[in-house]
Design a protein around this ligand. Structure first.
Ligand SMILES: CC(C)[C@H](C(=O)O)[C@@H](O)C(=O)O
Ligand code: SF4
Length: 475
C-alpha cells in the first residue's frame, strides 16, 4: 500500500513506536520565541540539563516587539511596556546562557518566527519542525511535518531533540481548477474552514492538493497551511514540487553544492503515492471560492463577500441560536446584515498568515492612487520580517502605501494579538489579515473580521467591506 506524504515524514522520523499508540519522533528543527520559551529554559536550569543539539534551534523575538520605528531604534531596554521588556530580555538572556542561536531584535532577519524560518532556509522540506506556537503548521507548506507544541514539550525537545506523540490520521483536501482573479490562498483557507468547521480537521494532518494548490506561490501555500490549525488540524502539508525547490534554493541555511543535489533528489520523493489511503477526503472546486469575510467570533463564521450574516431562523438548534446571538452581540451586528454594509474603522495587514512580500504587493496594488477612507482611524501595514520590509521598500511599496495613508511599521506579530502596543480599543471594528477573530483577540472589546490582504486594502480605501474584484485595478 502506498504512503501519504504525512506517512513518509512520520516514518522517516520515528524513533520508537509503543504498543499504547504513543511514539517517539526525532525533531530536526526547533524554532523558539519569547512567549513559550521562558519556563522551558527554567526547567532545563532546574534539572541541570543543556540543550541536546544546539544547531537544531533558532530563536527570534516577535510577539512582544514594538512595531514603532522610534521605539524600536531605542532598543529593548527602552521598551515602555514592562511585561514585553521582560519577555524580550529573558529570551536574549536564555539564548546567551544556553548558547541557542538567536536573531536579535535589531537584526535585519528578525521577524515573525513563521516568516523567518522559511526565509532563512531553517525550514526545509522533509524536516520535522516544532515551535511553541500553534501556527507552526505554516511550515508544512514546504513539505515538512510541522506543528505547534506546549511549553513543557519545548523543554523536552531542547533536552532530548525528540518528542512524544501519536500519529495523526490523513485528510486530503483537494481544490480543483484555477482560482479566480482576486481570490487568494487566504480565501481558500477561510472557505475550507467555513465548510468543515474549526473542529473539522481535529486529529488529522491535512494535505492540501489539487491544481489550485499547485498553482499557489510558496507565500500562498504558507498562508493556507498557517490556517490548518484554525480548521482543527495541528499540521497542514503540501507536496514538494518545482515551486518548493525554487523557493528553497540559495537560502542561507539551505544545502549547497553536492548536498543540494542530493537533497533535491530526496525531496522530490516527498509527495503522497498514487495509491496512498486517506481516512478522510474533501474536494472543492476553485471556481466556487469567492473572497471571504468572517462576520463572527470564530473563523468558521465566514461568508462570501456578496453574502450576509445568518438569520436566527436559519439556526437548527437552541445552542446554535444562542451561539449566533452571542456572536452578533459581541460583533455589534444584526442578523441578516449584508457584509458589504459593514464598516470597519481599523485595518490591519500583517501576521504570520499574510505579511509576506506577495501580501504587501497585493495591498499596495489596491492602495495605489487611492486614499484611506475618512472613517478609518488606523490602517497598519506590518511586514513579517526585516527582509520582507527591505524587499517591499526596494519595490517602492512602502511609498505607495504611505501615500495612500497607511502606516508602514517594523516587523512583528503586531495587532494579530494584543501582546504589544498595537491593539484595538473596545468597539473598534477591524478588517484584519490575521487568522483568529476570537473575542478580545486584537484587544479588549475589539471586533475582528478576517480577510485577505487585497480585501483589507479594499476595505481601507472604501471604508466598508467591498468585493475587491469590482475595484477597477483588479478587473
Ligand atoms: C503566543 C502563542 C503561544 C500563540 C500560539 O500558539 O498560537 C500565538 O502565537 C497565537 O497566535 O495565539
Ligand atoms: S502573527 Fe499572530 S498568529 Fe502568528 S505567531 Fe504571531 S501572534 Fe501567533
Amino acid at each position: 500500500m502506498g504512503k501519504t506524504l504525512y506517512d513518509k515524514l512520520w516514518d522517516n522520523h520515528l524513533v520508537e513506536q509503543r504498543e499504547d499508540g504513543t511514539a517517539l519522533i526525532y525533531i530536526d528543527r526547533h524554532l523558539l520565541h519569547e512567549v513559550t520559551s521562558p519556563q522551558a529554559f527554567e526547567g532545563l536550569r532546574l534539572a541541570g540539563r543543556a540543550p541536546w543539539r544546539i544547531s537544531a534551534n533558532i530563536a527570534v523575538p516577535d510577539h512582544n516587539v514594538s512595531t514603532d520605528r522610534t521605539e524600536r531604534l531605542a532598543g529593548v531596554q527602552a521598551l515602555k511596556d514592562e511585561v514585553s521588556r521582560i519577555q524580550l530580555t529573558t529570551l536574549d538572556d536564555n539564548c546567551a546562557a544556553f548558547d541557542i542561536p538567536e536573531i536579535p531584535l535589531d537584526d535585519l532577519r528578525q521577524g515573525i518566527v513563521h516568516v523567518m524560518g522559511p526565509e532563512q532556509g531553517a525550514t526545509l522540506p522533509g524536516m520535522t519542525i516544532v515551535c511553541g506556537d500553534s501556527h507552526t503548521s505554516t511550515h508544512g507548506a514546504l513539505g515538512a511535518l510541522a506543528h505547534g507544541i506546549g511549553t513543557s514539550e519545548v523543554e523536552h525537545v531542547l533536552a532530548t531533540q525528540c518528542l512524544i506523540g501519536r500519529k495523526m490520521k490523513n485528510f486530503r483536501i483537494e481544490v480543483r481548477g484555477p482560482l479566480g482573479l482576486g481570490v487568494t490562498a487566504k480565501d481558500v483557507a477561510l472557505a475550507i474552514i467555513g465548510k468543515i468547521g474549526t473542529a473539522g480537521g481535529t486529529g488529522f494532518a491535512i494535505e492540501f492538493a489539487g491544481d489550485a494548490i499547485r498553482g499557489l506561490t510558496m507565500e500562498g501555500r504558507m498562508s493556507l497551511c498557517n490556517m490548518a490549525i484554525e480548521a482543527g488540524a495541528r499540521s497542514g502539508l503540501i507536496a514538494v514540487d518545482e515551486t518548493t525547490l525554487e523557493y528553497v534554493e540559495g537560502k542561507p541555511y539551505s544545502p549547497k553544492g553536492d548536498e543540494w543535489e542530493a537533497a533535491k533528489a530526496f525531496w522530490s520523493t516527498l509527495h503522497s503515492d498514487d495509491d496512498a489511503v486517506f481516512e478522510r477526503e474533501l474536494v472543492l472546486e476553485a471556481a466556487d471560492i469567492k473572497p471571504q469575510v468572517t462576520w463572527g467570533t470564530s473563523p468558521e463564521m465566514v461568508v462570501d463577500i456578496g453574502g450576509r450574516v445568518p438569520l436566527m431562523s436559519e439556526m437548527a438548534t437552541d445552542t446554535a441560536r444562542s451561539g449566533l446571538k452571542r456572536a452578533l452581540d459581541y460583533m455589534g451586528l444584526e442578523e441578516g446584515q449584508r457584509i458589504e454594509d459593514i464598516e470597519p474603522n481599523v485595518v490591519f495587514i500583517g501576521s504570520c498568515t499574510n505579511s509576506r512580500i506577495e501580501d504587501i504587493r497585493a495591498a499596495a496594488k489596491v492602495a495605489r492612487g487611492r486614499k484611506v477612507a475618512g472613517g478609518i482611524k488606523q490602517a497598519l501595514v506590518v511586514p513579517g520580517s526585516g527582509l520582507v520590509k527591505q524587499q517591499a521598500e526596494a519595490e517602492g511599496l512602502d511609498k505607495i502605501l504611505l501615500e495612500a495613508g497607511f502606516e508602514w511599521r517594523e516587523p512583528g506579530c503586531s495587532m494579530c494579538l494584543a501582546m504589544n502596543a498595537d491593539k484595538l480599543s473596545p468597539g473598534d471594528r477591524c478588517a484584519s489579515t490575521s487568522n483568529r477573530n476570537f473575542e478580545g483577540r486584537q484587544g479588549f472589546g475589539g471586533r475582528t473580521h478576517l480577510v485577505s490582504p487585497a480585501m483589507a486594502a479594499a476595505a481601507a480605501v472604501t471604508g466598508r467591506f467591498v468585493d475587491v474584484r469590482t475595484l477597477e485595478e483588479m478587473s
